[in-house]
Structures are given as C-alpha cells and as structure tokens.
Design a protein around this ligand. Structure first.
Ligand SMILES: Cc1cc2nc3c(=O)[nH]c(=O)nc-3n(C[C@H](O)[C@H](O)[C@H](O)COP(=O)(O)OP(=O)(O)OC[C@H]3O[C@@H](n4cnc5c(N)ncnc54)[C@H](O)[C@@H]3O)c2cc1C
Length: 459
C-alpha cells in the first residue's frame, strides 16, 4: 500500500486525501490549525451564522458537483433564497439594482446607451493573440468596451479575487474567456453556442450549517487519518521516501507527499527540494482581506436587501469592495426580525485597509453601509475575521508560474501540489484541482514510476 502524507486540511487537502483513500492509498492528513477546513469556517452564534471565508459554491463545475454528490451532500444543499431578485453595483456613491435576468445589464440604465451598443458589437471585434501578458481589464475593454470593464468587470474582479482587474491576467484568472475568443472569435458567439449545447448554468448554493459542512463531512469520512494541530516544518527526501518533519508530532514517512497549503507555505517547505518551484510559488501574492460581519434589527435598515449584495467600483474613499446580504441569501443566517451583512475590505485594491484597527474598521464599514442601505443606529452584533493572506492573485505571468509549479512533480517524483492558486480560487475549482492531483498521483503509482529526483537539489 502506498503511504501518502497530505499537508493542509483545507478543502483542497481534504478533497485530495479523500480521493486517494478511495483509490486504496494509506493517507494521513496533517493540519496546523485545531480544526479542518482552512478558510472555510462557518461560525454560529446568537442565532447568526457568519462565514469567515467562502459563502457559496457554484454548481457550474460538473466535476465538483460529482464530488459533492458522492459525499451525499446534494439533498441537504440549499439554493439562494427567493429574496435574491437583483444584483447591485455601486458606482460613484449610488447603488444600482440590476435584475438577475440574463439581459438584466443591457436593459438597465447602469451602463450608458453607448456602452450598451459597444457591448453588443463584441461579435464584430477582431480576435486577439491570446497572450499571457494581457490583463483582465485590457481584454474586456478590447472586446466589450472600457465602460463595461470599469463599471462591471472591475467590481467583479474585486468580488471573485479581491483583485485588481488591471493587474489580474486574463489567461490566468479567466482562461475560459481566452479559449472562447480563440475558438469562436467572440465571447458572445461562444456563449450562444454553449447555450445551444445546454452547458450547465451558474447556480449558487450552501448548506444550513454553512460551507464548513463540506470539509467537516470529508474529514469525518477520513476519520483518524486527519491530524489537527500538527504543523509541518520541513520535507526531506531519502532515496525513494519522504520524511515529513513536524513541530509537535514527530516525523512522518511516506512514498508520496501532497502539498495542499497556501503558496507562501508551499514555497518555504519546498525550499530545499525544488528552488524553481519555490521561487514561482513565492511570487504569488495574497493580499490581506478583512470580513466585517454586522447584524441589525430589520427595522434599522431601509433598503429591501433584495439581492445577493453589492460590488463596488474603485473610488478614492471607497473602503468596502463588496457586501453580501447573508440573511437574504440563505435562511437561518440571522435571528427572527434581524438581518446580517458581510462587508469585504482590502485585497489587491486596498491591502492596507484590511489591516486597520478593529474599531476603525467597524466604524468605517458601518458608516459606508449606513449611507448605502439607509441604516439607522448601531449594529446589534459585529464580528471580524482578518485574513493576513487572502486570495492568491492570478496576476500577469500566472500561467508561466503555474507551469513551473506543476512541473515540480516531474522534477521530484512523488511530490504533488494542489490548492486555490492553480486551477481557480473557488471552492468548486479547488475540488476539481484536487481531483486532478489525486488522479496524477494515482497514475504515477499505477505505472510504478521509479521515485527519483529528476532535477532537484539533493538534500
Ligand atoms: C474571505 C474569502 C471569501 C471567499 N468566498 C468564496 C466564495 O464565496 N465561494 C468560493 O467558491 N470561494 C470563496 N473563497 C475562496 C475559497 O474559500 C478558497 O480558495 C478555498 O477555501 C481554499 O482552500 P485550500 O484548501 O486551497 O486552502 P486553505 O483553505 O488556505 O487551506 C490550507 C490549509 O493548510 C494549512 N497549513 C498551512 N501551513 C501548514 C503547515 N505548515 N502544516 C500543516 N498545515 C498547514 C492551513 O492551516 C490551512 O488549513 C473565499 C476566500 C476568502 C478568503
């Protein structure tokens, strides 16, 4: 039986471990924190449920949905509540409600008539080169016009990556769009073709206990193979085996190791084994993000909160990048007669704002929300989660970095990396990437590839 150590029990690590255990490997998972889940933390208190990290999964990744199904988590999954009627975008201090209907943006006055015409003529634009050097903002401006890029894509980049659309790479962050342009010559044409082919639509969901239901369920299935409060400090390679040293749990020996930790941790653990991989990993920034959770009595808030929340365009005094109307999105997120909101601050746009003093952060966010949503009086509850490293940024050059990182397992047989900096940041992407990592590792075992260094430094 092949012994595998998976380092990190976030969603990526747990999902990989589960796949490997199902393929007959003897797996141990080592996690530094006292609990599993990584940034998927759902905390219940006083009738509220706060998501410290992810809040929704999307059903548009078929591979991920297969994993969710096999975990028996389909029936208990809850789609967004009926109260979600609109998506809001905030621009120059005003909230604009846009119907969630497919044509919502084009029928709303949010974009100028000129910008809407420019959007509709995307079909006529010439195909680009599909280069790794183009930013998300540049790509979208080229295809759909600058106003659409500024007023829709910029806020979306902040919402998905807590990133800056002018820094994110289109081929790294949204490779599908590049593929669509290259294959169909136009994104509109590609979308129309996909509709005809019945491609699954985007659909968000969670569970009554929050997103942490997912890692908890995987971890329960793995049982005593998951060790928490165990920090890995060093990985060594002796002939065909790995030695995984920990701060407080001795050394673990394995035929294969899966690194499922944040890129900066992977960089430091690989320093002695793979300098090329290390430097590519170290180049991935993950700026800080703060999640400010606030509860109010319903009668304190004038706004109907009839949407997912809102995303904001960049502005000199803009503190909040995005807000979620938690208690509209899902039932049971606030006590009766109350609502809960989460505001996201920081990321690549304003990393320093995420590090503000707690009391300043609460007061700035409450002030901004008060103006936007017509809130009277103080919140009845408030909590803060500061992620010193938030989401990995798929900036220009990311594809190259990814290739170098993924080649680590060719340079060091038996070593695999997985995580949210490879195949997309969403939980669904993490499940899919974990599946690929487990498949690749299992293939290596099945082919009985001799475990040997290919180009790494000796230890
Ligand atoms: C604020 C926020 C909101 C988000 N919202 C959404 C959303 O709504 N929908 C969505 O799909 N995605 C969302 N995401 C993204 C998604 O949550 C993450 O990409 C995903 O959870 C990452 O999982 P992971 O396992 O790759 O990494 P992590 O969750 O970072 O897990 C890595 C694990 O490795 C452990 N570790 C680190 N060092 C060591 C060591 N030395 N030894 C042992 N263990 C170690 C860590 O403790 C951690 O548990 C959000 C992320 C954030 C931060």
């Amino acid at each position: 039986m092949t012994d595998v150590v998976v380092i990190g029990a976030g969603i990526s690590g747990l999902a990989t471990a589960r796949e490997l255990a199902a393929r007959g490997c003897n797996v141990s998972v080592l996690e530094r924190q006292v609990r599993v889940g990584g940034n998927a933390i759902s905390e219940r208190f006083d009738g509220y449920l706060m998501e410290h990290g992810p809040t929704t999964l999307n059903a548009s990744v078929p591979n991920a949905m297969e994993r969710i199904k096999s975990l028996g988590l389909i029936n208990s999954a809850k789609p967004l509540g009926d109260g979600v009627q609109k998506r809001y975008l905030q621009n120059s201090g005003t909230l604009h409600g846009i119907s969630t209907h497919r044509l919502g943006l084009l029928t709303s006055p949010y974009l100028s008539p000129r910008a809407r015409i420019r959007f509709l003529t995307e079909l006529l634009r010439r195909k680009g080169q599909g280069e790794d050097t183009e930013s998300v903002h540049a790509f979208v401006s080229r295809r759909f016009g600058g106003e659409f890029a500024d007023k829709v894509i910029e806020p979306m980049a902040a919402g998905i990556f807590m990133g800056d659309a002018s820094e994110l790479s289109i081929s790294g962050a949204f490779p599908k769009l590049v593929e669509m342009e290259q294959r169909f010559g136009s994104i509109t044409r590609a979308v129309l073709a996909a509709k005809r082919g019945g491609e699954p639509g985007r659909q968000l969901f969670s569970w009554p206990g929050g997103i942490a239901t997912l890692p908890r369920t995987i971890s329960v299935g793995l049982g005593p193979r998951v060790y928490t409060s165990v920090a890995v400090t060093r990985i060594l390679r002796h002939r065909n085996r790995f030695e995984v040293q920990t701060a407080n749990n001795g050394n673990h020996h394995a035929d294969a190791v899966v690194l499922a930790v944040q890129p900066h941790v992977a960089a430091s653990l690989l320093e002695e084994l793979d300098p090329d991989g290390t430097s590519a990993l170290a180049d991935i920034a993950a700026p800080p993000v703060s999640v400010v959770f606030l509860g109010y009595r319903r009668d304190q808030v004038d706004h109907p909160l009839d949407g997912l929340g809102y995303l904001t365009t960049k502005g000199p005094d803009q503190v909040i990048s995005g807000v979620q109307f938690n208690s509209t999105m899902f039932e049971g997120r606030a006590p009766d007669g109350h609502v809960s909101l989460s505001a996201y601050v920081g990321g690549a746009r304003n990393p320093d704002l995420a590090k503000m003093e707690q009391k300043d952060l609460f007061s700035e966010v409450h002030k901004e929300l008060g103006t936007m949503l017509g809130i009277k009086g103080k919140p009845v509850t408030s909590r803060l989660r500061m992620w010193a490293r938030g989401l990995p940024q798929y900036t220009i050059g990311h594809q190259k970095r990814r290739e170098i990182i993924e080649a680590s397992s060719r340079r060091i047989a038996g070593l695999y990396l997985t995580g949210n900096y490879l195949g997309g940041v969403s939980v669904s992407n993490c499940l899919e990437t974990a599946h690929s990592a487990a498949d690749a590792l299992h293939r290596e075992i099945a082919l009985n590839v001799p475990h040997q260094y290919k180009s790494a430094t000796k230890v």
